[in-house]
Design a protein. Sequence first.
Length: 150
Amino acid sequence: MAIYNEKVMEHFMNPHNVGELENADGKGTYGSPVCGDMMQITIKVDENDKIADAKFKTFGCGSAIASSSMATDMIIGRTVEEALELSNNKIVDELGGLPPVKIHCSVLAEHAIKSAIYDYAQKAGKTYKGLEGFDPNEEEEDHHDIPEEE
């Protein structure tokens, strides 16, 4: 029985938006080198406050790469406020599900996007309701989920 569905495998084997934007308006990096998952997301924001482009670099497992790929697909063309509404659950749903032990990968993607938008907001002197109370340096609480050995 396969651990990943076809959509997750497609985004892992053929990820979208890989790389780093030159002169990015915002850059967010998040992860844990101890666990082996690190994500960087860069964004370009146009004059209408829409995310014109997004790229990612991810060091991690297939779920981390698939989550990054899907998350960047989901924010391109959206306003910054709409992108801030993206939750890890929406990423998981769009991927058609992830194994429970891999849900933290979608949390990484959500946090990296918010970190990139936070960086943009700081540089542009803007405030967004979706960033209220957000700390880009906050540790992810359940990142260390490790499957129990049988």
